[in-house]
Ligand binder design. Sequence first.
Ligand SMILES: NC(=O)c1ccc[n+]([C@@H]2O[C@H](COP(=O)([O-])OP(=O)(O)OC[C@H]3O[C@@H](n4cnc5c(N)ncnc54)[C@H](O)[C@@H]3O)[C@@H](O)[C@H]2O)c1
Length: 497
Amino acid sequence: MLILVTGGAGFVGTNLIKRLLKEGHEVVSIDDYSTGKKENHINHKNVQYIKRDLLDIDPNDFNYKPALIYHLAAKARIQPSFEQPEEYIRVNYEGTYNMIRLAKKKNISLIYAGSSSHHSGKFKNPYTFSKDMGEDIVKLYREHFNLRASIVRFYNVYGPHQLTEGGYTTLIGRWIHNIETNQPCFIYGDGTKRRDFTHVEDIVDGLYKILELGKYGHDFELGRGKNYSVNEVAEFFGIKEEVVYEPGKPGEAQSTLCTDSKAKEILGWVPTINLEDYIQNGIANFNVIANDKPSISFDHFKTQPEVTYNVNEFKGFTTEIDSKLDNDIWSGGDYKWKIESIKHIINKLKPKVIVETGFATGRSSTVFLNFCEQFNIKTKMYSFEHNKNSKKHADKLSTYFNNFNFILADTKSQDMINYLKDEIKKIDLYFCDGNKNLYENDINAIYPYMNKGGYILMDDGWHSSVSQLAYKIAKEKKINLTLLPKYERKGFLLGPI
Ligand SMILES: NC(=O)c1ccc[n+]([C@@H]2O[C@H](COP(=O)([O-])OP(=O)(O)OC[C@H]3O[C@@H](n4cnc5c(N)ncnc54)[C@H](O)[C@@H]3O)[C@@H](O)[C@H]2O)c1
């Protein structure tokens, strides 16, 4: 189905387009790039981006025939609306009216992005007023002129592709940016205002369900159903002590909280992501291990990678290496993060020498070796493992890749050091299974051999003492460090690349 997404280069629009493409739809985006970004474009044959102001679309002269318009384009955010109320009314009201004209003219269904600020009263600020005017015109045409439309009010959205700089950012995006760049985080007012923070993946899921189930004629509310004060958010980020308090700003409601259950009842929509987890997966452990603030990069892959791997096409893969793992676990689930991360780092770093400790079943090694080959990178890979059972997997892998060296060695003994001293000497990429405290020793042994621009790639994110040790060493020795998230925890990769 061809779908028109207005605001397709913006935050929610980009996430929505990804989902629509994944579901097999074709998309046309209209955006004037006032806050939208070209970097958000998805490189896919089924999406086309048009740079145009909403008001410059002539419904009588529009060459596309979409079945649905997701109307997301808007001047968003409250504070800037006090500076340019005319522009908010022009885009959010007149722009919406123009999209309705288009929908009517071509018999297109419409889903309108409303805002939870609706509940704070129409006149609370120019943004809310203009968004409500947009709602009103949708309702009028729905009621009297057969417009197939639903309104969807979003609650405080956060997640990949959110703006992180400038006057149109939201709290989560701004704080992540400020923490990353060592700038202070501000709270306007006393920090008791509460917001129902909702992850964009959940929002997109709700938006998609409306299309999937054909549920038009409704007003939905998409909110997590749980709110946090700004002070609590500062605590989640671990910055409560450093946050700078400034006088409150006008037009902000004291609280947002979704209590409406219509989306659940009609769409079967159940939000799944918690703000607390999102933040804590990302940075909580930094506070345990570092007094000074390290630089942190969030959302390395801005969202769950789109690719689906058929890992059975990876040479030396599972059915031979590990019959317990089926293709679904590897390519369907969160393991995609890991595969994409490995692919990304191999392609970027083009490592000549990779060392890993903790071979076990050899699954990651298989991925490493396949991507090296795919990118034509001449790499030598050394895998240290003391577990004799691993040997037979390694032997299999060696039949596919002659640059793969498996060294059965107790890494706590002198064996590994000797190898490093005599043969390996410079390591570009060290892949460490962070899961087991056993490998703490390895990091200490290996880092003197790390190339200056080299990377330590930790499995298992921040969830072990090894990760934390790796962080300390990386910081001290100026070695780059990337952490792979735990499989079941999507959302974050931390690290400097
Ligand atoms: N993000 C939130 O927390 C939130 C909450 C409630 C409602 N909403 C609504 O969701 C929608 C998407 O918001 P977002 O957070 O992705 O904001 P965003 O600013 O990232 O996206 C809006 C997009 O609209 C485009 N745009 C603005 N004026 C335009 C014009 N005249 N013509 C064409 N394109 C134009 C912008 O360039 C941008 O890409 C908006 O309608 C917003 O009001 C967002």
